[in-house]
Design a binder for this molecule. Structure first.
Ligand SMILES: Nc1ncnc2c1ncn2[C@@H]1O[C@H](COP(=O)(O)OP(=O)(O)OP(=O)(O)O)[C@@H](O)[C@H]1O
Length: 416
């Protein structure tokens, strides 16, 4: 972590004093403002592999060079310490801040499991006490500056997930884990509506234990049904993040406390985790995009490109999802010339539809005024590049400026 310290330590050096509600809220906000991406791992049902997924996502992001915090708020059954072989670790208390346990150079971990005198201790706490504890885990733990915070919640839609989402705020996104069977999928549907009611976006759905990797031939075989998570994602207009097959090595890794994606990175299950992490990393790349008020760089490679521009009333439309048509402009980047333009009417705007439709049209790049971060990461997933913040103008003029390396980009005015 570049700068380590809890919000109070870093803001005034006077230590974490708690005290009045206003000060405490400010302290929480200070701490949260240092975390770029917040993901809460949820499931409607117990035992579907939520903690396993949370640990492997956090480790994969850390292995990709991101600064990651992993917070286990499963008050009644904290399993993260065991999964990471950190069962004996005790966090250091310093100036009333709690130092998270460092697992490797990019991953810091906190769990109630570290605080319990022994693993067999039963915790009997009511909702408000749990909320207080989760708040402490967010504001008194010296997370410092993080690229990602991954929170592992207990199953269901009880006190812990509710408190976590309320405390993190509406920019925290849910990764919902399910297994393929119908009964689990019904429970997960409740998790999706839970997030919707709280106003938190569902980043996507993971179907875990989907198919079985044969230990001898390494083929993936569907021993139960599969596809339930994907069907649910499509029904709820959520992104389907991928399927992780059943792999006996995952159980061994969990029991012995080593991280599966680190030790078995070639396996189909680790590859599946890698695909799930990609859109999470894409979010970070989007955050690091150039600031407003710059010139978009001209295309680097020579050849033909198809550039899509959302258009309304003959001009680039500032609201990407509300355009009347798309101008699909074919260009020759070597000669910096427009070869031709076709106007296409898009299908009705629903989440995820336009990125797929434009990818199907073979578009390489979209030049837009405003576009939400979710749509941007969906384009990235489909291999279509995005420039936002372009100003109104005729589509071919906008594209011409881009080819000439003079396209001015301002603020991305779409904030959803
Ligand atoms: N893809 C997988 N292949 C094989 N075993 C798996 C897989 N995913 C998880 N498991 C195993 O399933 C068991 C339950 O996993 P885990 O503890 O992660 O579930 P959970 O949903 O967090 O459980 P809880 O409801 O108790 O919080 C563990 O033994 C774990 O190793």
């Amino acid at each position: 972590m570049a700068e380590h310290g809890c919000s109070s330590c870093s803001s005034g050096g006077s230590g974490c004093q708690g005290g009045k509600n206003e000060q405490e809220d400010q302290k929480l906000q200070n701490c949260l403002s240092r975390i770029k991406n917040k993901f809460v791992v949820l499931s409607g049902k117990g035992g579907v592999g939520k903690s396993t997924v949370a640990v492997n996502l956090a480790a994969s992001l850390a292995m990709a060079g991101q600064k990651v915090g992993l917070l286990d708020v499963d008050v009644h059954g904290p399993s993260v310490p065991r999964l990471l072989s950190l069962g004996q670790s005790k966090p250091h208390l310093d100036n009333q801040c709690i130092e998270p346990i460092q697992w490797d150079k990019n991953l810091w971990v906190m769990s109630l499991g570290f605080m319990l005198p022994n693993a067999n201790e039963a915790v009997i706490w009511r909702g408000p006490v749990k909320m207080g504890l989760i708040k402490q885990f967010l504001e008194d733990v010296a997370w410092g500056d993080l690229d990602y915070l991954i929170v592992d919640c207990p199953p269901g839609t009880g006190d812990e997930p509710l408190s976590t989402l309320q405390l993190l705020g509406q920019d925290a996104e849910a990764v919902i884990v399910t297994t393929p069977q119908g009964v689990a999928v019904d429970d997960v549907r409740r998790s999706v509506t839970f997030c919707q009611q709280l106003g938190n976006p569902v980043f996507g759905i993971v179907e875990n234990m989907s198919g079985f990797v044969c230990p001898s031939c390494k083929e993936t075989v569907d021993i139960f049904t599969s596809g339930g998570g994907e069907e649910l994602a499509s029904e709820m207009h959520a992104r389907f993040l991928g399927r992780i097959p059943l792999d006996p090595e995952i159980v061994r890794a969990g029991d012995e406390g080593y991280v599966f994606v680190k030790t078995h990175h070639e396996s189909p299950a680790a590859q599946a985790v890698g695909s799930i992490v990609k859109p999470m990393l894409a979010k970070q790349e989007l955050l690091q995009e150039k600031p407003a008020g710059q010139t978009a760089p001209a295309p680097e490679a020579d050849g033909e490109m198809l550039i899509a521009v959302p258009v309304a009333q003959g001009q680039l439309c500032m609201h990407f999802g509300h355009c009347e048509q798309f101008a699909l402009v074919r260009v020759d980047t070597a000669n910096k010339t427009v070869l031709g333009t076709e106007m296409h009417t898009p299908p009705p705007h629903e989440p995820g539809v336009l990125p797929k439709w434009l990818a199907d049209q073979q578009a390489n790049l979209v030049i837009a005024g405003g576009m939400g971060s979710r749509a941007q990461s969906l384009f990235t997933q489909h291999g279509v590049k995005v420039i936002t913040g372009a100003q109104p103008g005729a589509a071919e003029e906008v594209v011409g400026s881009y080819l000439a390396g003079t396209l001015q980009t301002g603020q991305n005015i779409c904030d959803h």
